[in-house]
Design a binder for this molecule. Structure first.
Ligand SMILES: [Zn+2]
Length: 190
């Protein structure tokens, strides 16, 4: 599947609009892709809780963990579910609230200039083949649309918030992901 981005939105995918975003600083260059993981409750999948969390509708009473996080106002631009489905929450041209206190190559506040993609998962559960496939296709679309996002400007949340965040975790196979992107770039040139 080839993903198409028009005015900050992926066409033909589910849009689940989050109110948790703001404007990016004037003139900012969107130049970083941040990979995350999330699952709610941790290790449980495909139950709609992430969609509720990012739209401030998580039921604090439904699970002890939810009581700790339900008050947080956070988001990511998009989520890739275990089955490889892409769900978009925030316009890519807006500032989603995914990175928190963070720094990449000496520049703080990564939310200002990055796109955040969540993989439904944990630091230890292997991600699914469908997730790698969708992530590679989504990333190719993002790199086309935002050419300042180059291979060396794709990072993990744990890399921009070390000591505070661990995602996407040991379970994420960076080599597999980056090689898929390199293969796609080569076949495009041929
Ligand atoms: Zn994260």
């Amino acid at each position: 599947m080839t993903f198409v981005i028009t005015e900050g939105w992926f066409l033909g995918v589910e849009h689940c609009l989050s109110p948790n975003y703001g404007e990016r600083p004037d003139g900012v260059d969107i130049s970083l892709l941040v990979i995350h993981n999330i699952s709610l409750p941790p290790g449980e999948y495909e139950n709609g809780c992430i969609q509720r969390f990012f739209t401030n509708k998580l039921d604090a009473d439904a699970h002890p963990y939810f009581a700790e996080i339900a008050h947080l106002q956070v988001s990511a631009h998009a989520l890739i579910t275990r089955s490889g489905e892409l769900i978009q929450f925030v316009d890519l041209n807006k500032r989603a609230w995914h990175a928190g206190r963070s720094c990449f190559a000496g520049v703080e506040e990564c939310n200002d200039y990055s796109i955040g993609i969540e993989l439904e998962g944990t630091d230890c559960d292997p991600y699914t083949d469908a997730q790698y496939r969708t992530l590679s296709q989504v990333t190719q679309a993002i790199m086309h649309h935002y050419p300042s996002i180059t291979l060396d400007r794709i990072t993990g949340h744990s890399d921009i918030a070390p000591g505070r965040k661990t995602d996407p975790g040991e379970s994420f196979d960076w080599t597999r992901f980056l090689q898929a992107l390199q293969r796609a770039a080569v076949s495009e040139r041929e």
